[in-house]
Ligand binder design. Sequence first.
Ligand SMILES: N=C(N)NCCC[C@H](NC(=O)CCC(=O)O)C(=O)O
Length: 447
Amino acid sequence: MRTAREYNFDGLVGPSHNYAGLSFGNVASFSNVRSASNPRQAALQGLAKMRALSARGFAQAVMPPQARPNLRLLRRIGFSGTDADVLAKAMREAPVILACAYSAAPMWTANAATVSPSSDTQDGRVHFTPANLNNKLHRSEEYVQATRTLRAVFGDSSRFVVHDALPPVPAFGDEGAANHTRFAAAHGAAGVEFFVYGRAEFDPSVPFPRKYPARQTLEASQAVARLHGLDPARTVFASQNPDVIDQGVFHNDVIAVGNGNVLFYHEQAFADEAGTLDALRAALDSVGSELLPVRVAGGQVPVADAVASYLFNSQLLSKPDGRMALVVPHECRENDAVARYLAGMVAAGGPINELLEFDLRQSMRNGGGPACLRLRVVLTEEEAAAMHGNVIMTEALHAQLSGWVEKHYRDRIEPKDLADPQLALECTTALEELERILGLPGLYDLS
Ligand SMILES: N=C(N)NCCC[C@H](NC(=O)CCC(=O)O)C(=O)O
């Protein structure tokens, strides 16, 4: 077995972080629509988490934000003139589409791509498929920059493959790693890849939600597994429980998280709980490991509390002693049922014996918790050394990026500010400097 580490690539919050209520089915996004945001605080909160986890010895990296506003989108739908004209007209005639062009959503890098480490793939390379996120207009063009960013950092084609995103149509709705988990005895060991889908385009027998959209399809999950050259014996597909999607669980990572041989999940997460666990057990058995389910019952934590606190949108991190730490947002302490559950879990002597808690309120208000904010990339030492750019979090990079945020970011954005041409200029200036800090020239197409 090769030794490898799990790098968590956290999304750096961009300079125009805002709340636009764009995600139908995501309760937090909808309830904070059009409230004022604080981009500076949002970015510093994210950086504080990255710094703390890096200081604890976890492999931590940063994923740059995407360029905003997306003027190409606005011009393609008929807004013309100078950039300032385009913004003013869009604000007048289509303010929601202007908000889409300014969406903060690329910060949730769990949705950037699905990643398979080299120990799982047929050709022994690390495979990435950028997610097309085609269920929501404001996320549907993220794959363009996500592909560009991943190809910039993982450009060594002898070790990495960054595929094109799947065709951007409903049949291939793909939300990336938010609906994907990997289990393995150790990060460098052969693993089991677990894909959870919300509906199937071509199989009417698969249950689907009635109220909110199912964003991930079975067909998309299967396509990603095929592209990555995964071994079918070590790949499990499971149907998400449509009832929980209708209660605000828009991604599987809002109701389950896995790491190592542990699956921490709510009893209502899957359409067929027993069948899903059996399939995972059999697959893990084939790699000489044993599934360790940590099941939370509805009587302990109702689904509504899981959604409000983001208990399961936590990071489950392996510590050197073999135990795991759970990275949770403050909201978990503020919810009585969840706080009680967590205190009991840590005291019980199970696999998860530590809580690391962070203030991520600026992200949480848009429906993004600790797990949404990071993309997991398992890399051997050689693969890590082959990455391009200055993206590994260190004290020095943290200081540099915090200074950059203080210099360029506003501390308040209201919906009306999206029409301010000055904001667009500030975003461009900030990203030009970021390319230099991260040592990734040409990362953005800022023309
Ligand atoms: N669960 C994971 N992995 N990611 C969370 C993504 C939150 C994101 N919110 C938004 O896109 C809200 C943007 C706004 O309303 O301004 C979404 O719904 O896609």
